[in-house]
Design a protein around this ligand. Structure first.
Ligand code: SF4
Ligand code: SF4
Length: 225
């Protein structure tokens, strides 16, 4: 018994001169690793447009089904993002989220990143469903998030800026981003192969071609009205 007390005291004395590993939280905060993934932030472009174009890729990639988005169309009177659509509703249920970062990886516009924000406690579960208003950075801010801390910047010659330009796709006005035509020149009409033939004589399209499938005259009339 006496020996054990001496051994215990020796251990205490050995540790006395060492720097403590604890910090006086919340006055002091520990430096986090660069890859720490905390609460999500939605980003803007310089000029205020939102990066999110409501493509739903993040929601599709999420293994926890934690992201809920409702999209709306941009218009010239109400342009929110450079794409055809923007996220009118963007909710993340942080009670479901496992902070895996798949949503960040899936996002084609760099709109969503997981940041070093970890003070997320609440007494009410509802408070942990974060809404777009809480996730979106301030109108005068346009950061890219901490992703650059751990992903090397791609070489400049390999990057294609997201075009905000508008052109014509299948006879209808559309953004270049929305139709996957990254270099769509403005004012140029894009016609698909065989589009000038009657709809009934065009080649059949499989499921993977649905996005590029030509629009029938009936569909076109419906869209234009
Ligand atoms: S971090 Fe993972 S679990 Fe959380 S919202 Fe993103 S994809 Fe879903
Ligand atoms: S955050 Fe990114 S991936 Fe998710 S809907 Fe917006 S643009 Fe698409």
């Amino acid at each position: 018994m006496g020996m054990e007390i001496i051994k215990g005291l020796a251990t205490t004395l050995k540790e006395l001169g060492k720097k403590p590993t604890t910090v006086s939280y919340p006055e002091e905060k520990r430096e986090l690793p660069a890859r720490f993934r905390g609460r999500h932030v939605l980003h803007r472009y310089e000029g205020g447009l939102e990066r999110c174009v409501a493509c739903f890729l993040c929601a599709g990639a999420c293994p926890a089904d934690a992201i809920y988005i409702e999209a709306d169309e941009n218009s010239e009177e109400n342009r929110v993002s450079p794409g055809e659509r923007y996220a009118r509703v963007f909710d993340i249920n942080l009670l479901r989220c496992i902070f895996c970062g798949y949503c960040q990886q899936a996002c084609p516009t760099g709109a969503i990143t997981l940041e070093q924000i970890y003070e997320l406690s609440s007494l009410r579960p509802d408070d942990l469903v974060y809404h777009k208003e809480q996730l979106l950075e301030a109108p005068d801010s346009h950061t890219r998030g901490s992703i650059t801390d751990w992903t090397p910047e791609p070489p400049a010659e390999t990057t294609t800026p997201i075009p905000g330009r508008q052109g014509f796709f299948d006879g209808l006005e559309a953004t270049a981003t929305a139709v996957g035509q990254a270099d769509l020149p403005a004012e140029q009409e894009i016609l698909l192969d065989g589009e000038d033939e009657p709809a009934t004589e065009r080649p059949a399209y499989g499921p993977s071609d649905v996005f590029n499938a030509p629009v029938t005259p009936e569909q076109r009339e419906k869209r234009e009205n």
